[in-house]
Design a protein around this ligand. Sequence first.
Ligand SMILES: NC(=O)c1ccc[n+]([C@@H]2O[C@H](COP(=O)([O-])OP(=O)(O)OC[C@H]3O[C@@H](n4cnc5c(N)ncnc54)[C@H](OP(=O)(O)O)[C@@H]3O)[C@@H](O)[C@H]2O)c1
Length: 272
Amino acid sequence: MPSPAEKPIANPDTNPIEPLHELSGKTAMIVGASRGIGRGIALAFAGAGARVIAVSRSSTEFAEAGANTGEIRQEIADAGDAGLPALLLDRHDPDVVVLVAGAIPPMLPLQQQSWEAFSANWQADVRIAFHWLREILLKPLRPGSRVVVFSSGAALGGSPLSGGYAGAKAMQRFLAAYAQNEAVRGGLDITFTAVLPRFSPQTGVGKVAVQAYAARAGQSVEAFLQSFVQSSGPLLSPQIAGAALLQLATLDAADFAPAYLLTGAGLQKLPN
Ligand SMILES: NC(=O)c1ccc[n+]([C@@H]2O[C@H](COP(=O)([O-])OP(=O)(O)OC[C@H]3O[C@@H](n4cnc5c(N)ncnc54)[C@H](OP(=O)(O)O)[C@@H]3O)[C@@H](O)[C@H]2O)c1
């Protein structure tokens, strides 16, 4: 795994982000917001005063969003539908788009995968990134807007128990870079970046991965996570992801890196 280029820029445990309402008047569209990391991001943006459009196939309660926050409006739809990005981008004209949605990969060794299981994240995660990034460029999104694509730390070193997952997440990182290149070529002032999270064991994708790798190591989930923390530092949570994404949303475009590793210690720029 390449070593991180820079020190973390967000750690809400040591440097909590106050509810500054610095995103008042801004619209953030979080694609994949009904649970897990995306839900944490939707709550963080609402806490910063943004109007949040939460996209997912199933609805949820956002009861934790206090009274003193921005509005969270749900759009219930399949983000992989080719026509959805044009519809929702026209309807809401967002300043920030975060593409978090993805499938939970079938966790099996290679020889036990079917092609359908192996390609699940290509049919979901890559498909979603392709349709949304394409439409963001074609529309185009307004100048100054920010787009974040959720890839995975697995894209750096592989994930042998999750079939085509690591390759699909690497493709998402490439897609963010391709979109940035097209935006520059077209004179569009839109910033694209990829975020590569490490294990977030409380959420859908992280939970099954931790269970599978703990079983393969012959360890309990608790022992596996303990040794992960000892070797790699604090675990990621939806709250930490939300705080990190807020930091990206308010960063100067000139300071953006093409990709970031995201751990429990916050964001770290990755080398190109
Ligand atoms: N958790 C980790 O450890 C980890 C590590 C590295 C990378 N990641 C990446 O981070 C992202 C979030 O992971 P997570 O663990 O938070 O996942 P999760 O708990 O399973 O949540 C996934 C979210 O995406 C939505 N979604 C999935 N397919 C969708 C579709 N076709 N259309 C609309 N919404 C859809 C789900 O809502 P509905 O089912 O209601 O549609 C849900 O809100 C994923 O891209 C994952 O690959 C996670």
